[in-house]
Structure formats: C-alpha cells, structure tokens
Design a protein around this ligand. Structure first.
Ligand SMILES: NC(=O)C[C@H](N)C(=O)O
Length: 616
C-alpha cells in the first residue's frame, strides 16, 4: 500500500474509531434545545452609572446556580460531551438538555441589523438536525422584527424556534425573565410546533403576528389579529388546529439574502407628494405604506396617486397595511380602492414587522421575476396573514362532531372539543393504516387536524410510514404533518418506515429533512441484530435512512464485528460497501479484521482486502 493511501485510510479509521468512542449510555428520554443568546435586557446588569448593559460570560454561570434551570446532580452524573450542557429537572416524562451559545458582542436589540437575523438563521441551520427545538434570547425592542424575519428566512421549518427575553433582567429579585425563558425551553423541548414563535408573559404568540405594544408592562407583546398559539396557565394549552403547516416535502433551509432597500411610509394628513417621491427614489425596491383605518388614503390627491403609479411602474413594490394594529385592509371604501388602482398591493392584516420583513425576503429572491414577487407578497407564506376559511369546511366539521356528540348526549363546548381531540386522531390513524387517501381527504373536509397525535403520541404519518403507504405519506406531508413529530417512545415516523423496511417511504422522509434521532447505542443494537441474522432488507432500510454503520454498542462492537463473528458473509460485504470500518476496536481490543485473522476466516479477510483496494 502506498504511503498516501495509508494516511487516508488511517484518517478514515481514526474518525470511525472516535465516533465509536463517543457513544454513551444515555437511557432517559431527553430532548435537546439550542439556546442562542443574542443579548437584550434578560441578561443585562446595571453598570456603575446605573444603566443596563449586556454583560459577557455572565448568563451561563448564573443559570447554573438556579435549580429550575439546571439539575447539577444529574448533570454531574452524566458524561456530557460539552461541559456547558445544562439539564433541566425531569419534567412531564422528559428531561430537556440545552446548550447556550452566547453571541459576541451581546446586543441591545435596538442595535440589531439584518445581518444579525442572518447570523441567527445560519446558526439554526448549522445545528438543525442535532436539536429538537431552538430558543433565541433577544432584546424586546426589535424582537417582533427578528421573529417575523426568521419566519420567512427559515424555509420548510419542522421544529420550534422560540424567541424570548424580558423587561427586567433575569437575575434581579423581581424578573419576568425566569418564567419567559423556562416556558420557552419547555415548549421548544416538549412540543413539536414547526413555527417561529414568541414567548412572553405565559403566552406563545406566532412570531410574525406579534408586536411590542407596551414598553412598561411585563405583558409587552400582543398579537392583535391572532389569538395565542399556546397558553401557559396551570395547564399548558396548545391550539393545535391554529398551527401553520406549510406542507412542503422539501428539506429545511435558510434564506439569508434579505433585501435592504425597503422602507416604511406612514401617511398623515397633508403629507406632500415631494416627500413621498423622495422616499420612493432608487435604490428603494419596496415600501410598506401605512394607511388609515381599513386601508384608506385620500382619493382626492391625484399628485400622490401619480407618484405611487410612477414608482409601481418602475417595479417598486408597495404594500398597503393599516396604521391600526387590529383589523384588515379592505377595498370596500373608494379611498382604499384608489390605492389598489395605483398598483399598490393589499397587505391584509399583516403587522408592520411582518410586512416589512416579508418584503425584504421576497425582494431578496433574485431568481423570481416582478410578477412572481408581487404574487408572493399577497400570499400567506408563514401564517402571517388571515385567509378566509372555506365555509363548507366549518359546516361539515360541525355536522360530524355534532352527530357523535348528540349520540353521546354531549352538549358543552368543552366536552365537544374533548370529543374532537379524542376522535380525530384515531380516525386519521385508522385511515392511514388502511392506506385510504380518500378517507383522509374527507376527514380533512370535516375539520380533522392530521398533526394531532393519538394516545401513544403517534400521528397518522407514523402509522402510514409503518405500513409503507407511500401515497398516504405523500398526502400527509403535503398537508403539513411534521416529519419530526415524536411518539411517546421518542420515535419519529422515519423509525416506523425503517422498521417496516419501506425504502421508498424512507427516501421521501429523508428528502423532507428527517434524520435518524435514535441514540447511537440503540442504533448499534438494532444494526448488530440485523447483521447477526443477516437481515439484508433491514440493513438496506437503515442505509436508505443515511445511518453511519460505524455506530457501536455498549461493548463498542459495531455491526461489522458481529457480522464477522457470526460469519455472515453477505452482511460483511454489504457493511464494507457501506463504509463500515474494519479497524474499529471493541472494548476487548478486537477489530473486525484482527478477529477474522485470529479465527482464520479467509473469506472475510478477502472481502476486507477488496474493501481496502476500493478505498485507495
Ligand atoms: N427589554 C429589552 O430587552 C429592551 C432592550 N433595550 C433590548 O431590546 O435589547
């Protein structure tokens, strides 16, 4: 063997050996949350002049002293890869482990720029597969802008991203920061809500629907046109049907090329056309026009209309939203209609923050032509605007649940809602089990939410994947069911597809961004069993899921060790072809190669020699 290939082989082997060593003995159900600490009052300290300032390297050490944020005893008993991993106390059947990544410099959010949004989005993307959810600690002043921007920048999001902060620093005697942060961690770690959310004062709001409303209150944020998605009272109540689900079968990705040439014009009586013309001059590419009431502007100002028309004609996109935080832009007034006639688009009930960041996102899509950009601006992309609900749906919804409720003599709204929650998941799972897309369509028309789990935490997608019903899986993914939803055993639909050995379904799930989340030791146990029994279809299914065949069990034995020990030549060949390393040592010091050589397994040694040649 040449020296060069020797080195290459040694490097591959070293990597595989390191991975095998990394396996630990974690057994308790855990979920992992990444906390991106960008700054804001939550971690500030008063400086000698008595003003609040962000303080570096302060938050993490202080958090470690608070028992509700860190169970020190448990953490000391574990062998965490990163010693800065914090462990919340065991809660509701799970333990949340989280890592705090502190930004340098920490910012008061008034100092944030669009590049800071890109920084956050990129960090989420870089660690997307490692975590179940993300918390962004952020100043409150521009939190609604960042939340709105992230909602657009994060495409095909399948996990929660929760922004939170506080009005009083977390380490003061009185602080809203502790509850806000804890609530955000719990929701990010325990609930699969695939949205960018904002957590404040025991409520979780959709990020792109929220505004900072009160500078002096601990209840600083409101969502004027959409009720909270989650209420954290004595009980935590999630409004599951309200959750926005995109329904794309594409992987998560972030878009960071936001356009900076955007702006806001707030109309006021007597605004001059010179002011507006100056504002709309190049390089301006898009403007949010804040109008009166239900989207009205003067219809007796031809000078203003002329300026708007000229700007629209040269490709400036202008969106009409209301100065009133609550309500919708409508065209039922002549004064509103006049704007539409100038080429100005209707912004519906979007917040200013959502409209501006959406415009910046859409204008950043250089590959879209102006017609597509205008069309996308009026479309509901991330739940940022209200779409009128189809009437027939609500009538049928009422009929189905109502008839069952009558049979059961149920009458109160609370009971009817409980019935709905109990009934639909079982009906959707039954339809998924039968592979019946039509039945699912009917259930959808009658108001079913496919993402609601049954008593075992399983969704219709878990069931369809187990059964290998490809068209059902496709249908459910297009209807926004998350590939990341975990059942009560912590298993995702991908594990069902692997257990069912349905390769086409596995490939579709992987394309949609699913990865194997099972602990590496448990993966190794499954793979070693399949190798020992030479279950080729099982090994093939794991391969389609993108698994690393160098995972090791409690004795640091890999599937290749087992296949060699059991002399399963087909499995040995498959594993070697799939990247298994013959030099990884188990705790007894044996590698697959040394064992075969000790035993004189010449056929195995020939296969290893072949793999070595192929690796050169
Ligand atoms: N409460 C806060 O976080 C306000 C602070 N000025 C900020 O936005 O960073």
């Amino acid at each position: 063997m040449s020296q060069v290939s020797d080195v290459a082989e040694t490097e591959n082997q070293a990597e595989a050996i390191a991975k095998a060593k990394a396996a630990d003995s974690e057994v308790e159900p855990v979920s992992r949350v990444l906390v991106l600490y960008t700054g804001g009052t939550i971690g500030m300290k008063s400086n000698p002049n008595g003003v609040y300032e962000p303080k570096e390297n302060y938050l993490l050490n202080e958090l470690k002293k608070l028992p509700m944020f860190h169970d020190k005893e448990y953490a000391d008993s574990q062998n965490f890869d990163n010693e800065d991993t914090l462990a919340m106390p065991y809660h509701r059947g799970k333990r949340i482990l989280y890592l705090v990544k502190e930004y340098v410099p920490l910012l008061d959010s008034s100092n944030m720029m669009m590049k800071d949004w890109a920084h956050i989005a990129t960090d989420i993307s870089d660690h997307y597969t490692e975590y179940d959810g993300f918390v962004v600690l952020h100043g409150t002043d521009t939190m609604a802008y960042t939340a709105s921007a992230l909602s657009f920048m994060c495409e095909n999001l399948g996990k929660p991203i929760i922004l939170t902060g506080s009005q009083i620093p977390i380490f003061e005697v009185r602080s809203d920061g502790r509850d806000n942060f804890l609530s955000a961690l719990i929701i990010a770690g325990q609930y699969c809500i695939p949205e960018v959310l904002l957590c404040f004062d025991n409520k979780i709001l959709r990020g792109n629907r929220s505004i900072k409303y009160d500078a002096g209150s601990l209840s600083a944020f409101v969502s004027p046109n959409l009720p909270p998605i989650v209420s954290l009272e004595i009980r935590i109540t999630v409004d599951w049907p309200a959750i926005f689900r995109g329904g794309e079968t594409e992987k998560f990705q972030v878009f960071t090329r936001m356009c900076e040439n955007v702006g806001l014009i707030r109309l006021f009586p007597g605004i001059t056309s010179q002011t507006v013309r100056g504002f709309l001059r190049p390089p301006m590419q898009g403007v949010i026009l804040q109008t009166y009431g239900a989207g009205n502007a003067p219809d007796n100002r031809p000078d203003l209309h002329q300026v708007f028309k000229e700007a629209s004609n040269i490709g400036v996109i202008i969106i009409n939203i209301s100065q009133c935080p609550r309500g919708n832009v409508s065209t039922s007034y002549a004064t509103g209609k006049a704007l539409m006639d100038c080429g100005i688009l209707c912004g519906g009930d979007m917040t200013t923050e959502a409209a501006l960041t959406k415009l910046s996102y859409i204008l950043g899509k250089e590959e879209w032509d102006i017609d597509k950009k205008r069309k996308m601006m009026t479309r509901n992309l991330r739940g940022e605007m209200t779409v009128v609900r189809n009437e027939t749906i609500s009538i049928m919804d009422f009929e189905l649940i109502d008839s069952v409720a009558k049979c059961l003599s149920i009458s109160s709204t609370e009971e009817v809602n409980k019935l709905r929650d109990a009934l639909y998941p079982n009906l959707t799972c039954a339809a998924a089990m039968a592979g019946d897309v039509q039945a699912l369509q009917k259930l959808k028309e009658s108001g079913a939410d496919f993402s609601l789990p049954n008593q075992d935490g399983r969704t219709a997608l878990h069931v369809a994947c187990r059964e290998g019903h490809y068209p059902v899986v496709q249908y459910l993914l297009h209807n926004g069911v998350s590939v990341h939803a975990k059942d009560h055993q912590g298993l995702t639909p991908l594990m069902d597809a692997i257990n069912g050995k349905h390769e086409n379904v596995i490939t579709l799930l992987v394309k949609t961004g699913s990865v194997v989340t099972l602990h590496t030791v448990n993966q190794a146990i499954e793979l070693c069993r399949a190798a020992a029994l030479e279950e080729m279809d099982t090994l093939q299914a794991w391969k389609a899921a993108g698994v690393d065949f160098n995972v090791a069990d409690y004795d640091k034995r890999t599937p290749l060790h087992v296949a060699v020990a059991c002399l399963k030549l087909k499995a040995v060949e498959f594993l070697l072809d799939s990247g298994a390393c013959w030099r990884v040592q188990d705790i007894f010091g044996n590698s697959a190669e040394s064992f075969a050589s000790d035993k004189g397994y010449t056929e195995v040694l020939e296969l290893i020699a072949k793999a070595k040649t192929a690796a050169r």
